[in-house]
Design a protein around this ligand. Structure first.
Ligand SMILES: Cc1cc2nc3c(=O)[nH]c(=O)nc-3n(C[C@H](O)[C@H](O)[C@H](O)COP(=O)(O)OP(=O)(O)OC[C@H]3O[C@@H](n4cnc5c(N)ncnc54)[C@H](O)[C@@H]3O)c2cc1C
Length: 435
């Protein structure tokens, strides 16, 4: 089959590469333009010289329900590199971490009464086994959870989670978002041998194998629909012309790139809101906690970050040259001062909190640190969000928009990036078949 349809994919994150994989295999002439110098977007890794595996800039793991990405890993020949373990996930309360990842551990949690725990357990079980999320999107998680599970359980455990993820917007988030987490998440967490970058690089090499071209350092500046059909797309260096364009960038960027879209669609894109993320990675000479992988930190406990993630209590330090790896992360409005502070200032803000996890901690344990920031990291999903999501097909024939904000009701994640990438590829194939 001679590939006569030209498709440009903007962004070489997991959504863009998944779409590129399907389209290049189907005979399209695929070009992927990535603005950054690296592939993988939010799931990309980085590597110190003495590490064997790259490490995600933002902590990442899979859940057992992440079938789309696990299946794609199998298709591209690296299914055997996905493995699952059950690391300890805890919640911080009054000076210590309590494991909180099984019914037994919830029963042992001392800061709630037995009736509170039973009531909470019934509510969580109800959500886990419900399938009809549509009715859950009509109410906020805040209103529904505080009413059904009771004020004490909600304020102790779930309100901190919502506040942590959504800051001042926490009372706006709908219950379907919370339901999706409870419904889909597993205590066993998955990872790739060689990190998520291994998955990204293998997917990219498959795209190339099928004739796709992937170029980095190629920030797209403008998408112009042509009067005779098709598009001209301009990057800082060059232009591309072809039949279809898939954009996987943030809503904020997309509306800037495609100003010719009809006003109603642009308005929908403009109304999508999100939180940013700031994550510091520390390389340490010693472990900080004896066993915790993940500790959720309620804001009222006064930590300068939301999540403490001791990655090497999940994945062995040998893969990082013996370094112990800890992430300190937070979700923040994109105008939060953490986005402006220097890395050194952020380190000085975060380090004093570490003796709370281990009184022996000393700053000279730190052998390296890195800060990664993303202004588009977590979509905010208010009540009746499904009515406001822009279609993957834009009103301009041949122009598609597929972002984290559109994987709803699921929470953003690499699994759903695969799903939406493959979905948008199917739309292209049905709208603009290979000649
Ligand atoms: C802190 C944090 C923790 C996370 N934890 C997990 C987890 O544990 N498990 C999990 O599965 N998922 C997790 N995720 C989510 C996951 O990383 C994302 O859902 C997924 O990577 C999104 O992929 P994407 O391709 O849709 O978008 P992106 O990865 O954002 O890709 C978009 C790409 O477009 C590029 N781009 C932007 N502008 C332009 C332009 N003008 N021209 C060309 N290219 C451009 C970007 O550089 C980027 O590479 C986490 C995310 C964050 C921020």
């Amino acid at each position: 089959m001679s590939p006569t349809r030209r498709v440009l994919i903007i962004g070489a994150g997991i959504a863009g590469l998944s779409a590129a994989y399907d389209l290049s295999r189907a005979g399209y002439r695929v070009t992927v333009w990535e603005g950054a110098p690296f592939l993988g977007g939010l799931a990309a890794g980085f590597k110190a010289d003495h590490w064997h595996w790259p490490l995600e800039k933002f902590y990442h793991h899979l859940f057992q329900s992440d079938h789309a990405i696990i299946q794609l890993a199998q298709e591209i020949g690296i299914g055997q590199d996905v493995f699952f373990r059950r690391p300890i996930t805890s919640v911080w309360k009054a000076g210590r971490a309590y494991p909180f990842d099984s019914p037994l551990r919830v029963l042992l949690f001392p800061h709630l009464s037995l009736p509170d725990k039973v009531r909470m357990g019934v509510v969580i079980a109800y959500l886990r086994f419900s399938r009809n999320w549509q009715r859950f999107e009509r109410v906020t998680a805040h209103a529904w959870l505080s009413r059904t599970m009771g004020q004490r359980a909600y304020e102790t455990l779930w309100e901190p989670l919502l506040r942590g993820k959504f800051g001042d917007h926490y009372q706006e988030v709908n219950l379907a978002w919370f339901w999706a987490r409870i419904h889909k998440r597993s205590p066993a967490l998955g990872y790739f041998r060689g990190g998520f970058q291994h998955f990204v690089d293998t997917l990219a090499s498959q795209v190339r194998k099928y004739g796709g071209v992937i170029e980095t350092h190629m920030p797209v500046e403008h998408i112009e629909p042509l009067p005779e059909g098709g598009f001209r797309v301009r990057s800082a260096q060059t232009t591309w012309e072809g039949d279809a364009v898939i954009s996987t960038v943030s809503p904020q960027t997309f509306q800037r790139l495609a100003p010719d879209l009809p006003a109603t669609y642009l308005e929908q894109v403009r109304n999508l809101r999100s939180m940013g993320a700031v994550v510091m990675t520390l390389a340490l000479k010693r472990r900080i906690t004896p066993r915790d992988y993940w500790i959720n930190l309620p804001k009222q406990e006064g930590f300068p970050f939301l999540a403490f993630v001791e990655h090497t209590n999940y994945i062995e330090p040998e893969h990082y040259g013996g370094d112990h790896i800890v992430y300190l992360g937070d979700y923040l409005d994109p105008d939060h001062p953490y986005f402006q502070m220097s890395d050194e200032e952020l380190l000085a803000t975060f380090l004093p909190a570490l003796p709370r996890f281990n009184p022996d901690f000393h700053p000279d344990w730190v052998t390296g640190y890195w800060v990664h920031r993303a202004t588009y990291a977590q979509p905010i999903v208010p009540v009746n969000y499904s009515r406001h999501i822009p279609d993957l097909r834009t009103p301009i024939r041949g122009l598609y928009f597929a972002s984290m904000s559109q994987v709803y009701p699921w929470d953003r994640g690499t699994n759903y990036a695969v799903e939406i990438g493959r979905k948008v590829a199917r739309l292209v194939q049905s709208d603009i078949p290979v000649r």
